[in-house]
Design a protein around this ligand. Structure first.
Ligand SMILES: Cc1cc2nc3c(=O)[nH]c(=O)nc-3n(C[C@H](O)[C@H](O)[C@H](O)COP(=O)(O)OP(=O)(O)OC[C@H]3O[C@@H](n4cnc5c(N)ncnc54)[C@H](O)[C@@H]3O)c2cc1C
Length: 471
């Protein structure tokens, strides 16, 4: 065995960075193994929105809030499906995490604290959403220097481009790690191993296996779920995958299946921001949820029930000309320039031709458009929609292919209150801990989406493990 460490942290992201920093502060020798060439993990692409109650930042703004109220809101948003013990641990300690960032010089956006960041999430009962001036980068910018100083002080070693490939296990406990990187395969001893390797937004096979859905995601390319698999091989229990609900919309990269194009190129499908001028149809050419439905959970459920979680936003030349931009980064001319016979933007002179290009049932599409046009002329709309500005009648006709997309992944390893990984029988695996998205977003949100309940719990649990929780 090459070397023995007090703690090995697997993944230098949202959870792993604070785990390493706080463990070093406690005098531990820490090895950080990171699959990517860069540290930062999902923080480098995340919105970085954090929820926390009782923070100094709230106090500065006169917001009187408590972890108990935060806990109650999160459990209500999750319809009681989140893990109450983990939510309690997260909400009780969230303020400590946000205050820590505050001490490090985190630059809060002037718009926070607020009850919500955007319309994707239910509003909280108190203004407890916190975010920085530069999304997740604002967090990375204050934490990464802390890691660098721990490295400079000799307490921490970081191995970038190196992956956990296995765990040394015996007598019910983990004693070390097998890692693979530029220097080949190595074994290291460990007093404790913290799995902070994130989710599986880059593993469509695992996603299908755990969540019975099609993965399309903007997530980290190194979020391959290795640690989920490795924990499961030791008997660790995976749970929560069935709670998956897709985000409503997102455009798959035609060059990279399962990945989205950059979010700036997604269509604006949020009715609170842009009332709809189009219809959304499934493979049968049928509408499956009102385009005016503003509740992300309701429309996520409707989309999950569709074959392949794919749908098409259908409109015509008059809508393209008259409506506010559906795809602001492209504008109407950009849509025309991209329109063809393959995704993401299909166009044809007839609805039948459009259906053929998109792979939609032509009779279903014709019936849907006829029904919608009748509603524009005053007949009742089949889904009760009220914003019906123009019929879909002027060729060319367009269809923009959209997908149910995934940000955090729902399934994760079960842990106890000390964040020790549990077997299917509920026994803790000695020396093996987990923090962050590897616990599964469902543990904090159920099927819903509780705002800021990935980033704050990830950092909080990393901080708590680094500070000695469970040891
Ligand atoms: C676009 C986007 C926006 C989001 N916005 C928000 C938001 O605003 N608020 C919110 O609460 N949540 C948000 N989320 C979710 C949230 O950001 C993540 O759940 C959270 O950051 C994950 O933290 P983590 O530490 O578990 O994983 P990460 O930060 O992803 O870190 C895991 C690290 O482990 C590494 N790794 C993987 N496998 C191995 C291996 N075998 N060996 C070694 N290293 C490995 C990875 O390379 C990565 O660096 C968003 C997610 C996405 C994709």
């Amino acid at each position: 065995m090459a070397e023995r460490w007090d703690m090995v942290v697997v993944g230098a992201g949202t959870a792993g960075l604070p785990a390493a920093v706080f463990a070093a502060e406690r005098g531990l020798r820490v090895l950080v193994v990171e699959k990517s060439r860069r540290v930062g993990g999902t923080l480098l692409i995340s919105g970085g929105q954090m929820s926390g109650a009782g923070t100094r930042h709230q106090q500065r703004h006169g917001v009187d809030d408590t972890p108990e109220e935060h806990f109650r809101d999160v459990m209500a948003f999750s319809e009681g499906r989140a893990d109450p013990d983990l939510v309690r641990l997260a909400t009780d300690n969230a303020a400590g995490t946000i205050d820590w960032l505050d001490e490090l010089g985190f630059e809060f956006s002037p718009d926070c604290p607020a009850v919500r960041f955007n319309h994707r999430h239910h509003p909280y009962s108190k203004a407890r959403m916190h975010w920085g001036t530069d999304a997740g980068d604002s967090i990375a910018e204050v934490i990464i220097p802390e890691l660098e100083s721990a490295v400079a002080g000799g307490a921490v070693e970081v191995m970038p481009g190196t992956s956990l490939v296995g765990l040394d296990h015996g007598a019910g406990a983990v004693h070390g790690v097998r890692i693979e990187g530029p220097d080949g395969l190595q074994e290291h001893g460990a007093g404790a191993v913290v799995l902070a390797a994130g989710g599986y937004t880059a593993n469509p096979v695992l996603f299908e296996e755990l969540s019975s859905g099609r993965l399309v995601s903007p997530g980290l390319p190194t979020a391959t779920g290795d640690a989920h698999r490795i924990a499961a091989e030791l008997g660790g229990r995976l749970r929560g995958g069935a709670h998956w609900l897709p985000v409503f919309g997102g455009i798959e990269d035609p060059e990279a299946p399962h990945r989205t194009v950059h979010k700036d190129y997604w269509a604006v499908l949020t009715p609170q921001i842009r009332p709809p001028w189009e219809v959304y149809v499934n493979r049968s050419g049928r509408r499956f949820v009102s385009e005016e439905e503003g509740d992300e959970v309701v429309r996520g459920r409707a989309l999950r029930a569709q074959d392949g979680q794919v749908f098409w936003v259908v409109f015509d030349e008059a809508v393209l000309r008259e409506a506010p931009d559906l795809l602001p980064a492209w504008g109407a001319d950009g849509v025309r320039a991209r329109a063809g016979r393959k995704p993401p933007v299909m166009a044809a002179d007839t609805l039948e031709g459009l259906a053929a290009a998109a792979g939609i049932d032509p009779d279903g599409l014709a019936a849907t458009v006829a029904g919608y046009n009748a509603a524009v002329s005053g007949a009742p709309d089949e889904l009760g929609r009220r914003h019906l500005p123009l019929p879909i009648a002027e060729p060319p006709f367009y269809a923009v292919e959209n997908h149910g997309t995934t940000l955090p992944t729902p399934a994760g390893v079960a842990v106890d209150g000390g964040l020790r990984v549990l077997t299917a029988e509920g026994r803790p695996i000695g020396g093996l801990y987990a923090a962050g998205e590897i616990l599964g977003s469902a543990a904090f949100s159920g099927s819903g989406a509780a705002a800021g309940m990935n980033v704050t719990p990830a950092m909080t649990f990393g901080r708590l493990l680094g500070s000695g929780l469970g040891s």
